[in-house]
Design a protein around this ligand. Structure first.
Ligand SMILES: Cc1cc2nc3c(=O)[nH]c(=O)nc-3n(C[C@H](O)[C@H](O)[C@H](O)COP(=O)(O)OP(=O)(O)OC[C@H]3O[C@@H](n4cnc5c(N)ncnc54)[C@H](O)[C@@H]3O)c2cc1C
Length: 502
């Protein structure tokens, strides 16, 4: 029986991103997806510059760009319409090479990710196929599935399995991970409208109506899409609140039924949960399977896409026997604290939206506000791992944070497009004795690279394939000390004991 390098359970945005990244590196990928078609109704409406950079690396950013909308930011207002907090997003290109914040229609993105996958003949997609069990052997994992209405059962084998199977992840149950609950749980009614009349007065900002008796959110989507999210009171019945006439009565202050049609209405229970274990042997969790966040930062999907970007290059390096198996430990070490930071911040934002005493809740985010009082987006550091351990002589706090994306001259191309999905070293001196999985940028010949090193007060910098900064040092020799062994020579790690994996 064929043994796939990787099997992905669930083809939502996390699974589709991961599948693209693995296929790009020449790995065989089996995808098992329960549904026959992609989910075609709106969910995520926001993503950020770091995530656009992932899409750039996959090769869909330019196609996605005309479908999304630059987001000016979010305003928080009280019941008297006084501005409580402003969270503007920079309108210029950021250090990531893209705009800070975009509005999207999630099905547009999922369509592009799926279409891109069709180009890889190493990808096998099985739709209408539900993974029912995973069992690990010494050398691989065995997945049993149930297919379509025929209810027929099949068995597949893969060296590694990644459960990207969403909030009710069966993979999470299979690896028996506990869930840590961060305490936020609320029912919200989500209403997606399609305008049939131009309504510029609704505005381009997201508005958080911090009304103590009924908090609500307004979001401007791309094109004529608009969303309202409305808290449900404990006494309210889901069936009653989703009745069309009730929805229009809730929206009456802003819009009427002759100006728009309802595309979708659904009650969601927003949760704040993080899986305690993200891995057992050959089985990993990523995306909503590993974490759930209230949507107030617009980061749920983004966190999952970061998981995929972090894990994909590590899996490839281990599967190709370039890196030691222990590299995979760094996935949960790095991603879990990072994801948790977003969940915790989303809860704080939720508290501003629903608080009676706004000042207390605003104080709670004071560390994330500029001198003029504006809210700033958070950029947490990856959790400490064998790759990101704090360095005693570090002059900057940049390690474990997104690396700058600059342009290479004379072509004026973005560095990720030039380097490809590889490690990058920026230095004044050519690094010797390194593998060809590293792309070198001669800072003496590239003005923006010179500026970067000057800004970091360093002579050499290592940027990982997930575009997080690995190390920044005074000399190229010193950088070698921090590079993982597998980048330093062509030695293959063919001899590690596969039986120790499961
Ligand atoms: C109202 C709302 C607003 C949101 N807004 C934002 C936002 O603005 N920004 C943002 O970043 N995020 C947002 N999110 C979150 C975002 O939609 C999710 O985080 C994202 O869809 C999760 O992607 P995923 O691929 O991890 O899981 P999912 O999208 O849930 O995909 C999981 C896939 O696994 C499949 N599956 C499940 N079990 C099995 C099985 N046993 N076998 C085979 N297949 C299986 C499912 O059919 C599904 O296709 C929002 C969510 C909601 C509900």
């Amino acid at each position: 029986m064929k043994v796939f390098d990787t099997a992905i359970i669930g083809l939502g945005p996390t699974g589709a991103t991961l599948a693209n990244l693995l296929a790009m590196q020449g790995l065989s990928v089996l995808i098992l997806e329960r549904e026959a078609q992609a989910y075609d109704l709106p969910r995520a409406v926001h993503f950020d510059d770091e995530i656009m950079r992932v899409f750039q690396n996959i090769g869909i950013a330019n196609e996605l760009l005309p479908m999304v909308r630059k987001n000016p930011g979010m305003k928080f207002v009280d019941a008297e319409n006084n501005l409580l907090l402003d969270w503007p997003r920079p309108q210029d290109i950021t250090s990531q090479g893209w705009n800070a914040s975009y509005r999207l229609h999630q099905p547009d993105l999922e369509r592009l990710l799926r279409r891109k996958l069709e180009a890889y003949n190493l990808v096998t997609l099985k739709t209408s196929t539900r993974a029912t069990s995973i069992h690990q052997t010494e050398t691989n994992a065995v997945i049993r599935t149930q297919t379509g209405s025929a209810n027929s059962s099949e068995t597949f084998r893969a060296r590694y399995v990644i459960g990207c199977d969403g909030a009710n992840s069966q993979t999470r149950t299979i690896i028996e991970s506990e869930i840590d609950d961060y305490g936020f749980q609320e029912r919200w009614l989500v209403i997606d409208l399609i305008l049939n009349k131009v309504r510029p007065d609704l505005g381009d900002h997201s508005i958080q109506f911090c009304w103590p008796d009924r908090p609500m959110t307004y979001c401007r989507g791309p094109g004529n899409r608009r969303r309202w999210e409305i808290t449900l009171l404990d006494s309210e019945d889901e069936k009653r609140v989703t009745k069309t006439e009730h929805i229009w009565s809730l929206l009456k202050p802003w819009i009427t039924s002759d100006e728009a049609s309802i595309e979708r209405k659904a009650v969601y229970t927003f949760k704040s949960q993080v899986a305690r274990n993200w891995r057992h042997g050959r089985i990993f969790l990523a995306g909503d399977a590993a974490h759930l966040t209230p949507p107030f930062l617009g980061q749920g999907m983004c966190i999952g896409i970061r998981d995929a970007f972090n894990l994909a290059w590590k899996l490839a390096a281990v599967i190709k026997k370039e890196a030691e198996y222990s590299l995979l430990d760094s996935y949960e070490d790095e991603r879990k604290p990072h994801a948790s930071a977003y969940v915790e911040m989303a809860i704080k934002i939720g508290q501003i939206i629903r608080s009676i005493n706004h000042n207390d809740a605003l104080n709670d985010v004071s560390g994330h506000r500029s001198q003029s009082g504006e809210m700033r987006s958070i950029t947490p550091k990856l959790g400490a791992s064998s790759l990101t351990a704090p360095r005693s002589n570090s002059k900057t706090d940049i390690e474990g944070r997104p690396a700058l994306q600059f342009r290479i001259q004379p072509s004026n191309e973005l560095i990720d497009d030039v380097s490809g999905y590889r490690h990058v070293i920026v230095s004044n001196t050519r690094p010797e004795g390194l593998t060809d999985s590293i792309f070198w940028i001669n800072a003496l010949e590239q003005e923006e690279a010179t500026r970067l090193l000057k800004h970091l007060n360093a002579e050499a910098a290592w940027i990982r394939p997930d575009r997080y900064m690995g190390a920044v040092t005074d000399s190229i020799q010193e950088l070698y000390e921090y590079l993982p062994n597998f980048l330093k020579n062509r030695e293959h790690f063919g001899d590690y004991n596969e039986t120790s994996i499961s």
